[in-house]
Structures are given as C-alpha cells and as structure tokens.
Design a protein around this ligand. Sequence first.
Ligand code: NAP
Length: 271
Amino acid sequence: MTIDGRTEIYGIIGRPVAHSLSPAMHNAAFAALGLNKAYLPFEVEDVAGALTGLRALGIRGASVTIPHKQTVLPYLDEIDPVAAKIRAVNTLVVSGGKLRGLNTDWLGANRALAEKLRLGGSRVLLLGAGGSARAIGFGLLEAGAEIVIASRTPEKGQALARALGCPWLPLAEAGDHRADALVNATSVGMDPLAETMPVRKEALARFGVVMDIVYAPLATKLLQEAAAAGCQTIDGLSMLLYQGAAQFELWTGQTAPLAVMREALLAGLPQ
Ligand code: NAP
C-alpha cells in the first residue's frame, strides 16, 4: 500500500481495538481493488472528541465497535432507521462533514443465513439477549422471519423479546423448541468456553440450519455436533465477512472482493 497526499482514511473506533480483524480485512479489500484508501485502528475513550476529529480530519468512514456502538448515537447527524431500532451503530459514513450511522451487523447475519434458508416466513430460534442478538433479531424481523428468543437472564431476555414483539424462553428450554433455524448469539462456545454448547446435542436435529456467530474457534462444538446431527451449518466468519462487505460497499460504492476479505480474516484468526 502506498500512502500519498490523496489517500482517503477510514478506521475503527473502539476500546480495545488491537485484536480487531477489520484493518486487515478492509486494507486487503482496498488493495485488491487498487483504491487509494487506508484503514486504521483508533483506540478511543473520548467518543465526542473522536467524532469531532473524524469530521475535522476529513476521515471518510469508520467502523464502530465495543464499547461505543451506543455511545456514538447522540453525536450523529443521521441514523439509519434499522440502526435506530437496534439502538446501535457499527458503521459511520462521513459526507460533507455530516456523520451518518448505520448497522451492518444485521445485514451480515441475514446474508449469512440467507445462503441456507429463505428468511421470509422462516421460524428462527435466536439464542442470547446481548448486543448481537438485538441486531440479529431486528434484522430477522426486517426479513420477515418469525423469531423466538431464548436466553439465560430472564429480565434481559424478556426485555429484548418485548422490543422485538416475540416470545421468550429460558435458555434451558431451548432444546424443547422446534424451528427452521437455530442461531447462537451467546458467547457460549467461544474460548474459554470452547467445550460448551448453548443447547444439548440431542436437540439439534430439530433445526434444519444451525448458525453460530462465535468465530473463535471457527468450528465450535455446536457446529460440529449440528453437522453430525445432519443440520446445515453456518460459521461465525460468514456474518463477520458480510457485515464488513456491507461497510466496504457503503464506503466505496463498489462490490466487495469477498474472497480476499475472507482470506484476510482467516489469516488473522487464532489457529
Ligand atoms: P454480549 O452483548 O455480551 O451478550 C452475550 C450474550 O451471551 C448474553 O445474552 C449472555 O447472557 C450470553 N451468555 C454469555 N455467557 C453465557 C453462558 N455461560 N451461558 C448462557 N448465556 C451466556 O455479547 P455480544 O456482543 O452479543 O456477542 C456475543 C458473541 O457473538 C461473542 O462470542 C462475540 O464474539 C460474537 N460476535 C460475533 C460476530 C460476528 O460477526 N460473527 C459479531 C459480534 C459478536 P445473558 O443474557 O444472561 O447476559
């Protein structure tokens, strides 16, 4: 990559950001298309200051990650309607000094699931009630799917279910449910919980498709058992890739080079 006086700058705002795979993914994509753009990590504590800086420096766009997906909201000039429902933004587009916030996490999840399932009218059991489950839940509603939420902490799960207008189950009862797809949006299965599963393995045959958004490890225990039970499986790299592809397309107006981006993500994942 050559940086010169015309290089357009993008980046990721979060804390911590040192572990983020986004710089490798976006820089690989910019290079593959010969774009004079670069993407940098910005470890940010002062969100208001960072966003003023973004405008002042002419930075063209940014990803937003934990803990700033909600804290950026009051400082934006415009919020995409679905991001407003989710109440979280993971993407900023800067144009004419104005900041527009969007959420591509739900777009990534929908695109990943849509490779194996027609979303409209499908029944999806969504595990978890955290930030990712909220984005995926609103995204599934956009696509016309029917959702049931199952999660560990009742108050949190019931609050999300109310926001989505869908039923809630305790996580312990998730295995008694039947649906076209099961989506794990809990941290169960992620290192150091890599030997654990959010539902018992005997229940997996109740779901045609099983998607895990955990990507470290990539072949989670849930996905291994789901494949053994005959389910179609989707790993956490797909959502990660497609949310990044949607960001790339918002920033450049060009089709994202998926193979290059996938390769960059795979190279950055812990082996
Ligand atoms: P979060 O907001 O902290 O939510 C975590 C959820 O997991 C909560 O519902 C929590 O339960 C549940 N949970 C955690 N430990 C549990 C346990 N031992 N048993 C049962 N439930 C448990 O996290 P998040 O940002 O939504 O992320 C969730 C996972 O998705 C992480 O592993 C993250 O790496 C992954 N992720 C993947 C992508 C992707 O693109 N593939 C994107 C974002 C995140 P309570 O409801 O009880 O709090």
